[in-house]
Write a protein that binds this ligand. Structure first.
Ligand code: CAA
Length: 379
């Protein structure tokens, strides 16, 4: 495995790092406090191509590779994890399923706009009674000859209410289990489709999370994605890439927390000297940096296998699980190093701590990732 970035990957990483530093870091706290979706920023990112990094140029994207995309999420999330997840969900599971499984017509109609940020994408799998057990969704899609009629609800949908389209999973044949699930592209103004309650979250303020309601929603046949019965496979295979993205989001948060801790330790004086001179602090920082480096290696290894179109299922779950656990440990230590100041909203580590928690939960809890890894080990 080549751990060195190519010139192009390095160029993209630097461009994104500069953008995140200049355009996002300064407003990240404000996004957190206001809990308002940063539409203007997302539109700016779209114009720069950041919403279409791994999408081929023929479909309106930058045409860069998956590793560059993962580096983009890492850099953006270092400045704001909320912006990181908006980008990750839009791309990994809002756009790539259409690129990978859509017809030429669907790609022309949607992917080109999603890649340029002219549309925002979302992914609607989770339901109130089907979170970890995604194969038991109940949203029903009835074939009405010229369209599908969808009835039911989705919950915890990232980019809900701000997305222009939702890659939605529904049951077309309740007798067939996961093979009875199909995927649909649901546009926001579909008759019978409405946005439900906006959730109030512990962290990731500024990233919208809502319910979705389908009441005899009329989805055109042309918006069926992939084959009938192929929906679960579409969801799972795109989550393979998505989970690496969430790992990169966690990595960005952890890196930001480490950097804030180092800076604070150098400046903060107690007992007549900077706290960076105390072994108790040095050992915490050494452990944090080592865990981050290990997470980074796993993430980019998973990304390189995914990019080479190999089976990344096991590595994707490992990367997501490990990096998110690291983010939680590192942000916890960052708060501890900063003591009372770490607990206050005046410093960003309190936000990093709140934002880190969800990375252990969404795109499959870390317990589900262990199930996936174990299943792969026995194959
Ligand atoms: N790629 C392709 N196909 C896959 C696959 C993959 N990675 N994983 C499973 N499949 C296929 C299997 O091969 C199987 O098909 P066959 O019978 O033909 O072999 C079929 O799907 C069913 O697989 P399983 O028997 O493994 O399915 P299961 O019901 O046991 O569920 C699970 C597996 C891993 C628990 C799954 O339900 C899961 O991932 N749960 C977590 C849900 C999740 O991650 N939700 C994320 C929501 S999106 C989100 O969070 C976005 C956000 O906001 C940030």
């Amino acid at each position: 495995m080549n751990l060195h970035f190519t010139e192009e990957q390095e160029y993209i990483r630097k461009m994104v790092r500069d953008f995140a530093k200049n355009e996002i870091a300064s407003i990240a706290a404000q996004i957190d406090v206001s809990d308002q979706f940063p539409l203007e920023l997302i539109k700016k990112m779209g114009k720069l191509g950041l919403l279409g990094i791994p999408i081929p140029e023929e479909w309106g994207g930058v045409g860069a590779d998956f590793i560059s995309y993962i580096a983009t999420i890492e850099e953006i999330s270092k400045a704001s994890a909320a912006v990181g997840v908006i980008l990750a969900v839009h791309t990994s599971v809002g756009t790539l399923p259409i690129l990978n499984f859509g017809t030429e017509e669907q790609k022309g109609k949607y992917v080109t706009k999603l890649a340029k940020g002219e549309m925002i994408g979302a992914f609607a799998l989770t339901e109130p009674q089907a979170g970890s057990d995604a194969g038991r969704i109940k949203l029903i899609a009835i074939d009405k000859d010229d369209h599908y009629q969808l009835d039911g609800s989705k919950i915890f949908i990232t980019n809900g209410g701000v997305a222009d389209l939702y890659v939605t999973f529904a049951v077309t044949d309740p007798t067939k289990g996961t093979k009875g699930i199909s995927a649909f592209i649901v546009e926001k103004d579909t008759p019978g489709f409405t946005i439900g309650k906006k959730e109030k979250k512990m962290g990731l303020h500024g990233s919208n999370t809502t319910m979705l309601h389908f009441d005899q929603a009329k989805v055109p046949k042309a918006n069926q994605l992939g084959q009938v019965g192929e929906g679960f496979k579409i969801a799972m295979s795109n989550l393979d890439g998505g989970r690496i993205g969430i790992g990169a989001q966690a990595l960005g948060i952890a890196q930001a927390a480490l950097e804030a801790s180092i800076q604070y330790a150098k400046e903060r004086k107690q007992f007549g000297q900077p706290i960076s001179t105390f072994q108790a602090i040095q050992w915490k920082l050494a452990d944090m940096a080592t865990q981050i480096e290990a997470a980074r290696l796993l993430i980019y290894q998973a990304a390189s296998v995914h990019q080479a179109k190999g089976n990344s299922t096991k590595l994707s779950s490992m990367a997501k699980m490990f990096a998110s656990d690291v983010a939680m440990k590192v942000t916890t230590e960052a708060v501890q190093i900063m003591g009372g100041y770490g607990y206050m909203r005046d410093y960003p580590v309190e936000r990093y701590f709140r934002d880190a928690k969800i990375t252990q939960i969404y795109e499959g809890t870390n317990q589900i990732q262990r199930m996936v890894i174990a299943n792969q080990l026995f194959k």
